[in-house]
Design a protein around this ligand. Structure first.
Ligand code: NAD
Length: 480
């Protein structure tokens, strides 16, 4: 919430205001763009090994401050402390990874046109990159952009979410080894993000957020003809085949739906269960959901914390309410929890239809809507039936089914028997309406690089194909 030029930071577990942050002005933006340019020039003078050492220092410092950063994130975002602590260490690991792979290669050699020539493809930075991120993984999603962007030699202007700027501010303070100006932070809501990507000093935008905002960002990038990497929302399917251990599949399913109170871009939001195991799966899901601890996210025994804000919880209530009004059955949850805080109980629904919003739009809350299917064919068809394609999960022991799901599920990541495990060495991103471009892995570095083709002929000689062409002979060929 913005009030008198400040972001009011609310603890979602208590609804109390914990801090405020001044919204960045137009002058701040101009200054940031200018400083970023100077930081960029200085960063050019760093060899790959020197950059890697700066990154390893950042990684070490983040790990030393993991408790502090995790506590800030818990208080501003409501995600359980344990999950936030993991987030800090994954972010640190991402700096280590990009510090090293960025110096592994700075281009490649294609075969030249003539054997005496040399063809080079040189990888260069794009310039100043605007990174705009949401609130659900405030550090990790920022680092997935800024580590590869900086490793590729760019400067970064980062805009955290208006809900969660505090941990980002602290992380930036800890990044002492970077040249001055190379990483700038701007604070504010969508208007600040919009002004940032329209600024002439910005050469590229890397955005993570909702599909709706991503579309707007894409339009501005197209108007300005700057590169845009878009990581957007999802509506991930989760298929449970009838050959699995139902208890384990149910626990995996509930975790994939309720992690961070269901506010993960790759949260599983639609469950397709083969009929033979459906009854047992529903019962196991109910039992597991009801055994979870809801409460203070700072308490290490808490499984489910609050949602980030009232607006998010209201969206979940709308989706669940509409489903129940149209014939879905409530198996567990379906209501708020506690006196204060934006809590919503983990919820299991059956009897849902594909026409319902809970099966078509991003719910972004702790909801497990279950559909019984007659076959894997039907499950795959339904899984592919919405215009998102971020992630997809499958539980099966049958290798043939695994291969079918791998080939046929239209998603950027397919997880088989291990939901939602990220790997910073492998690309992450969405197919179809879930985004354009990839983060992480080598592709995540290339996203922030320009390719320059350099063609060298060491011989200074006139080429046969230059002017004058001369008259053509009878066959139409020209004399050289
Ligand atoms: P959001 O789209 O409302 O906001 C994301 C960011 O964009 C915020 O920093 C916001 O201030 C900024 N913004 C808003 N309007 C803007 C504009 N016109 N121009 C530039 N910037 C603007 O998303 P949210 O509610 O913060 O986050 C939840 C969404 O993010 C969900 O849809 C979720 O699926 C998605 N998400 C995607 C990924 C992924 O990697 N694909 C990861 C996490 C979250």
């Amino acid at each position: 919430m913005t009030k008198n030029g400040s972001l009011q930071i609310i603890n979602p577990a208590t609804e109390e205001r914990i801090d405020e942050v001044t919204v960045s002005s137009r002058e701040d933006l101009d200054r940031a763009a200018e400083k970023a340019k100077r930081g960029f020039e200085e960063w050019r003078g760093f060899a790959g090994l020197d950059r890697a050492e700066v990154f390893h220092d950042i990684s070490r410092t983040m790990r030393v401050h993991a408790d502090e950063l995790a506590e800030i994130m818990t208080k501003e975002g409501g995600k359980p402390y344990i999950e936030n602590h993991d987030e800090v260490t994954w972010s640190a690991a991402c700096f280590d990874y990009y510090g090293e792979i960025a110096r592994d290669s700075v281009g490649y050699l294609p075969a030249p046109i003539e054997p005496q020539q040399l063809a080079l493809v040189v990888k260069e930075p794009v310039g100043t990159v605007a990174c705009i991120v949401p609130w659900n993984y405030p550090l990790l999603l920022a680092v997935w952009k800024l580590a590869p962007a900086l490793a590729a030699g760019n400067a970064v202007i980062l805009k955290p979410s208006e809900e969660t700027p505090l941990a980002t501010r602290r992380m930036a303070e800890l990044m002492e080894g970077l040249p001055e100006g190379l990483l700038q932070i701007l604070y504010g809501a969508g208007d600040v993000g919009d002004a940032l990507i329209r600024h002439p000093g910005v050469d590229m935008v890397a955005f993570t957020g909702s599909q709706e905002t991503g579309r707007k960002v894409g339009v501005v990038a197209a108007e300005r003809l700057i590169r845009a990497n878009l990581e957007l929302g999802g509506k991930d399917p989760f298929i449970i085949c009838d050959d699995v251990d139902v208890e384990i599949a149910a626990q995996g399913a509930v975790w994939a739906a309720c992690l961070n109170a269901g506010q993960v871009c790759t949260s599983s939001e639609r469950f397709y269960v083969e009929r033979g195991v459906a009854k047992d799966f529903i019962e196991a899901s109910r039992e597991f959901v009801e055994s979870l601890n809801i409460g203070d996210p700072m308490d290490p025994s808490t499984d489910i914390g609050p949602m980030v804000n009232a607006k998010g919880r209201e969206r979940v209530e709308r989706h669940v309410g509409e489903a129940l009004n149209n014939g879905a059955k409530l198996v567990a949850g379906g209501e708020r929890w506690g006196e204060a805080g934006f809590y919503y109980k983990p919820t299991v629904l059956t009897g849902v239809e594909h026409s319902m919003r809970v099966m078509r739009e991003e719910t972004f809350g702790p909801v497990v809507p279950i559909v019984e299917v007659n076959s894997l064919d039907e499950a795959i068809e339904q899984a592919n039936s919405v215009p998102f394609g971020l992630g997809a999960n499958v539980y099966t022991r049958d290798f043939e089914k695994m291969l079918r799901c791998m080939r046929e599920l239209r998603a950027g990541t397919v997880w088989i028997n291990d939901p939602l495990t990220d790997n910073d060495a492998a690309p992450f991103g969405g197919q179809r309406g879930s985004g354009i471009g990839r983060e992480l892995g080598r592709e995540g570095l290339e996203a922030f690089q320009e390719s320059k083709h350099v063609h060298i002929d060491p011989r200074v000689e006139k080429k046969d194909w230059w002017y004058p062409y001369g008259p053509a002979d009878d066959s139409g060929r020209r004399a050289m």
